[in-house]
Design a binder for this molecule. Structure first.
Ligand SMILES: [Fe+2]
Ligand SMILES: [Fe+2]
Length: 324
């Protein structure tokens, strides 16, 4: 468990400074009860905690929005970084719309829901009366910051003249419909949509390569952040492996362990349970195992695999110059 943290000042926009609480480490226990700290974001009332995990393309934060917390400035919020959001606790509705005047989609969400606001779509949180929304977000701000500058990537400054500001991603399916595709190259089945109401009850398919059952999640036509769910039955293990992308594990249910090591670093072992978050650095060896009890262990993995595969694909990089 990581309890060390420091208060840092971050400059998010050209003329404002904000104080953030940053917790440093690789494994964080029970995000349902993890401390969050009040911050004022452009007049929005909410609490946050940032995690410094050392990963360089994607990063997590924890946020809690109280009832009424985002209502003062409807339509104020959009950004051209991708965000994959898992609701840790609370209950409410999220509203998404592509651009001014376009159809508004409202999705109920609560513990176990995941969603991804499509790139540069407006979105707003509406916790139910008497409740709140606490969510874990995995964002690609570090990657976008390297590509176009962090302040631009955050997109809080609506006056910016950056051309990407006006790009709202098109979704190649009806956001209100759910599509589950049968086995592709990567997953035993793939869920495509904007939102999943309950990951805990999502039907899973046999996935022997991963040690149990699973499903891929391709949300909102994201091109940088990928995700999937794995369930390890009692006594099973996701065998040692490593990959060229970064990943985070959020534990949905059950008890297990993760071992992480590399040629340069000593082995670390994390014992985990529901609500824990674990960061796996790029190219480090790791193994996940069921630990105890008769209940299976189910986790959500969020990773930077899509962008890493695109960057290694010369057809992607040079597609405009090959073949004239
Ligand atoms: Fe957002
Ligand atoms: Fe892995």
């Amino acid at each position: 468990m990581s309890t060390n943290y420091q208060v840092v000042k971050e400059r998010w926009t050209a003329d404002e400074e904000r104080v953030h609480y940053i917790y440093a480490g690789k494994c964080f226990k029970d995000l349902k009860t993890h401390p969050v700290h009040p911050v004022n974001l452009e007049g929005w009332e909410c609490s946050r905690t940032s995690f410094d995990t050392g990963l360089e393309a994607i990063k997590p934060f924890l946020a809690e929005v109280p009832y009424g917390g985002h209502r003062d400035i409807p339509g104020r919020h959009k950004h051209y970084y991708e965000a994959f959001v898992y609701v840790v606790s609370g209950k409410g509705t999220i509203e998404l719309w592509k651009e001014e005047g376009s159809q508004r989609y409202r999705f109920p969400y609560h513990e176990g829901s995941v969603l991804s606001p499509p790139l540069n779509w407006h979105h707003d949180h509406f916790p139910d009366k008497g409740s709140f929304i606490r969510y874990l977000a995995i964002i690609n701000v570090p990657l976008m910051g390297r590509l176009i500058g962090r302040d631009q990537a955050r997109g809080f400054d609506l006056t910016t003249g950056h051309p990407l500001r006006n790009y709202a991603r098109s979704i190649p399916y009806d956001p209100e419909k759910v599509v589950i595709e049968k086995r592709g190259d990567d997953f035993p089945a793939t869920y495509k949509g904007v939102w999943v109401e309950d990951l805990g009850s999502l039907p899973l398919s046999p996935w022997p390569e991963r040690g149990g059952l699973g499903i891929g999640l391709e949300l909102s036509a994201n091109t940088t952040i990928g995700a999937h769910v794995v369930e390890l039955p009692p006594g099973t293990t996701r065998k040692p492996h490593r990959h060229y992308y970064e990943s985070f594990l959020y534990i949905l249910s059950g008890a297990g362990y993760t071992r992480v090591w590399s040629e340069k670093t000593a082995e670390e072992r994390y014992e985990w349970g529901a609500g824990d978050l674990i960061a796996i650095p790029v190219n480090t060896w790791h193994e996940h195992g069921h630990r105890s009890g008769k209940e299976p262990a189910r986790y959500l993995e969020m990773n930077s695999r899509p962008i890493m595969e695109k960057m290694m694909d010369t057809g992607f990089v040079f597609k405009d110059s090959i073949g004239g």
